[in-house]
Design a protein around this ligand. Structure first.
Ligand code: PAF
Length: 301
């Protein structure tokens, strides 16, 4: 496997049908599942590792964000990557970018409302990765449901010839959605954090029993979070998968998104409801059957 620091070297290492998995590193099984999803569909599988400063707000955790290149390279190789593209900030942004990508409306709701500029930073770096690596196919996790909708829209609007694939959330054994930010949680916070997924699963059970009213579904998720010590709910909202608009009832493919603070850490999670063949299927994600690699460091990988 090649580890390359420049766009030019990443392109030179890629042949045939190219797959791309963009990440900010500190890999876990969620990232590895994206590599596994693309592996059979491409000749060269590229994973990018870049902690993108543009998507962090002034009070957010850019300097604290976990980084471990050696660990990530070992994990990426084990999941089938051919190339790891690990640029530094000067390669990605030789000058502060005068051009940025803003996906109107979709980016201003939910997390976009609470984290001004975040999705502009995401859309800009994803556009640069798509332009610089020129993948045929790229995979993103459904964990970041709003991000996925925004990326699908930017790819369509800007005519990138890349197929976007959304992959199920990977959850720890008790249901907590995998996120590099889980490493910030203390023991008690880690126990409390499972309330986000418990609330979502309660709502998914209600949908299976026929509930379609968004307020009822949101109240179920909020109720579980609010009744858990140490969890401060921010929102629970049912939104369209297509344009992230708020739905009053579940009448098309949607996701129920939640956000909450657990101690100082802000976590998000969701469950997708996919309208298919006249019924809603809930994508509750995939559960690990063993502890996550998230909590292992380089020498243990
Ligand atoms: O989902 C992420 O890890 C990031 O937002 C992404 C898509 C790699 C852009 O920095």
């Amino acid at each position: 496997m090649n580890v390359v620091p420049t766009f030019a070297a990443a392109r030179d290492s890629a042949a045939g049908r190219v797959g791309l998995v963009p990440t900010m590193g500190f890999l876990h099984e969620g990232h590895l599942s994206l590599l596994e999803a693309l592996r059979p569909q491409c000749d060269t599988l590229v994973m990018s590792l870049f902690v993108n400063p543009l998507q962090f707000g002034p009070t957010e955790d850019l300097s604290r964000y976990p980084r471990d290149l050696e660990r990530d390279v070992t994990l990426a190789a084990s999941a089938g990557a051919d190339v790891v593209f690990a640029p530094d900030v000067d390669e990605m942004y030789p000058e502060p970018p005068a051009t940025s990508v803003s996906v109107a409306d979709l980016a201003f709701r939910l997390d976009g409302e609470r984290r001004p500029g975040h999705f502009k930073g995401v859309a800009t770096v994803v556009a640069k990765l798509l332009a610089g690596i020129q993948p045929d196919i790229a995979a993103f996790g459904r964990k970041d449901a709003q991000q996925l909708a925004i990326i699908r829209r930017l790819v369509a609007d800007l005519s990138f010839p890349t197929t976007v694939v959304g992959c199920p959330i990977v959850r720890e054994m008790d249901g907590l959605a995998l996120s590099s930010r889980n490493t910030y949680l203390s023991g008690d916070e880690r126990d409390a954090a499972v309330a986000l997924s418990r609330g979502l699963m309660a709502a998914a059970d209600a949908v299976a029993e026929g509930e379609r009213d968004s307020r009822a579904l949101e109240a179920l998720a909020l109720g579980v979070m609010a009744s858990t010590d140490g969890v401060e709910p921010d929102y629970a909202e049912l939104a369209s998968q297509h344009d992230v608009s708020r739905l009053t009832e579940l009448d098309r493919s949607a996701f129920l998104a939640v956000a909450a603070r657990v101690g100082p850490t802000r976590l998000i999670d969701n469950v997708h409801f996919d309208w298919d063949a006249g019924a809603f299927g809930a994508d509750r994600g995939i559960r690990l059957t063993a502890p996550s690699v998230l909590y292992t460091v380089s020498e243990e990988v």
